[in-house]
Design a protein around this ligand. Structure first.
Ligand SMILES: Nc1ncnc2c1ncn2[C@@H]1O[C@H](COP(=O)(O)OP(=O)(O)O)[C@@H](O)[C@H]1O
Ligand SMILES: [Mg+2]
Length: 188
């Protein structure tokens, strides 16, 4: 049996950190919705915080097959150049964590999940961690971009999906504590 667990929340809430750690511990595999971004040339506004940027139908079909125990092909998306650079096979695994800030946005994906977790952090902490991620070599440190694009999109599209989550976890604490709480909610 394959169990699909949605791990969602705002930018920098620690979704990928939690999912990668659980993958490292061999408890789960991480299926990232970030691999299903549309290439920049297909987007009108180059806005990767808008739901139009995600190929939800394709992600849904892959999750549906994984749920049936079938191997699937997942695109590899390069966030630096915003293009698809290849593909990878993804094998079924008893626990698959579906990582992404729009995981609970699309009704079909929401419905195929067995459970979901929303990692919650306040606005200032989102901003603080974005700057930290940038210092570590990540993307989008621009504070204006956060205030003008990222945060309004979060309020409009992501925060309203919190009500669909089975568990809302206060993620404004040490990563180890967040992981412990996730494990306890999932009864692992
Ligand atoms: N619990 C935490 N406390 C402090 N910093 C964290 C925590 N979890 C993640 N981070 C840091 O925040 C940044 C974003 O984490 P990431 O897991 O990529 O977030 P997301 O996938 O939700 O956007 C990284 O620099 C990461 O090291
Ligand atoms: Mg992430």
């Amino acid at each position: 049996m394959v169990e699909l667990i949605g791990v969602t929340g705002p930018s920098c809430s620690g979704k990928s950190t939690v999912c990668r750690e659980m993958e490292q511990r061999d408890e789960a595999r991480r299926f990232s919705l970030d691999n299903f971004y549309r290439p920049e040339k297909e987007l009108e506004n180059n806005n990767y915080d808008h739901p139009n940027a995600v190929k939800f139908e394709q992600a849904y079909r892959a999750l549906k097959d994984l749920k049936k125990g079938k191997e699937v092909v997942v695109p590899e998306f390069d966030k630096i150049n915003n293009e698809v650079v290849g593909e990878k096979t993804f094998e079924p695994f008893p626990l698959i964590l579906v990582d992404g800030f729009m995981v609970l946005y699309h009704d079909k994906i929401r419905e195929i999940l067995d459970k979901s977790i929303f990692l919650d952090i306040p606005k200032q902490e989102q901003l603080r961690r974005r700057k930290k991620r940038f210092r570590e070599g990540g993307l989008y440190a621009d504070e204006d971009y956060f205030h003008e694009t990222v945060y309004p999109a979060y309020k409009k599209y992501i925060e309203p999906t919190k009500e669909y989550a089975d568990h809302v976890i206060d993620a404004d604490k040490e990563p180890e504590e967040v992981i412990e709480e996730v494990l306890s909610k999932l009864e692992i």
